[in-house]
Design a protein around this ligand. Structure first.
Ligand code: 13P
Length: 331
């Protein structure tokens, strides 16, 4: 399959991506919230439960996996990858290796993972990965983000994207302006616009084929500790305005992260954004928390809860599927 056709399939109308690529530390924290221990068996049972939800392929085009999961078998003995493929879902893989503090800039992070990336991508391609994800976090605070941080992070995203395309894998480039903090929506707009402008400059300079690339970024929202919440209309207006300025027309699509929004809020905002279309690019979702949190609670590690948890998960997937076409009418 060509990079372009994979990318188009990832953001097809009515579908979106399930981010199930929590690193060991993140899944441990998520499980702890519902009183579960993060053992390999629990992780297998949980992800197996999500991926075998009946009809998942009607709403989900791709699933991002962690290294363990792309090599893992589900409780029913099939590989996780073959379960996804049987539903027509593209397997994806997280290839960044987390973040480290940026030298000389307290409070800012740099994403790790370029060392040996080409070799890892080759292996993931043989395991069935059709796309990959690399997440860079941009923090808003006193005097940050700095231009130096944005420059390095977008350069690294471009280097990663080029390696992916060489391996026949579609890069999902994820610059995430974090919701953490008490900042206004205007500061989110400013940081996002700067970051996305730099990102597309770096991608072009590196020779990355934009038509075989998917963007994954944040909506324009105020900080979590700002004490305010923007309405879906305000989020949509601000987000679409930034995208119209900076996204190239040959980008096939953009799949939002949920970033700490409540699950219904993330659906309402996506719907409001798509009501402003049509756009040159498809605007879809690649949610982790907003697709999974309620299902994880419903499952709670118990096999007798699997069917109920799958229904909760499928409902969120369906609501977001409707929102990719601006057809969501409430719960
Ligand atoms: P959230 O939707 O929970 O932000 O996760 C998406 C993701 O993959 C972040 O890298």
């Amino acid at each position: 399959m060509s990079l372009q056709s994979i990318a188009k399939q990832m953001v097809a109308k009515g579908k979106g991506i399930l981010a199930a690529d929590e690193s060991s530390g993140t899944i441990e924290r998520k499980f702890a919230k519902v009183g579960l221990t993060s053992t390999e068996d629990n992780r297998r049972a949980y992800r197996g439960m999500l991926f075998t939800s009946p009809g998942i392929g009607n709403y989900i085009s791709g699933a991002i996996l962690f290294d363990e999961t792309i090599k893992q078998k589900a409780p029913d003995g099939r590989t996780m990858v073959s379960i996804l493929e049987a539903e027509g879902i593209l397997p994806g893989i997280k290839v960044d290796q987390g973040t480290k503090d940026m030298e000389g800039s307290p409070g800012e992070k740099i994403t790790k993972g370029l060392d040996g990336l080409g070799e890892r991508l080759k292996e993931y391609a043989t395991l069935g990965a059709k796309f990959a994800k690399w997440r860079s976090v941009i923090t808003i605070g006193n005097g940050i983000p700095t231009d130096a941080n944005i420059k390095q992070q977008t350069k690294d995203l471009a280097a990663y994207a080029l390696e992916c395309q060489k391996a026949g894998i579609v890069p999902m480039v994820e610059p995430e302006v974090l919701m953490d903090g008490g900042h206004t929506i205007e500061r989110c707009v400013e940081a996002s616009e700067k970051t996305l402008t730099a990102l597309f400059e770096e991608l072009k300079a590196a020779g990355v084929d934009i038509s075989g690339t998917i963007l994954k970024t944040n909506m324009m929202v105020p900080g979590k500790e700002s004490g305010t919440r923007a309405t879906p209309e305000q989020v949509a207006d601000a987000t679409v305005a930034v995208f119209k300025k900076v996204l190239p027309n040959d980008l096939p699509g953009q799949a939002f992260l949920s970033g700490g929004q409540e699950d219904v809020e993330a659906t309402e905002n996506l719907n409001a954004i798509n009501k402003k279309g049509p756009f040159p690019w498809n605007l879809s979702f690649s949610y982790g928390r907003a697709l999974q949190d309620s299902a994880l609670k419903a499952w709670n590690g118990k096999s007798e809860n699997i069917i109920a948890a799958q229904q909760v998960f499928l409902k969120r997937a369906k609501m977001n599927s409707l929102a990719t076409e601006g057809k969501y009418k409430g719960e």
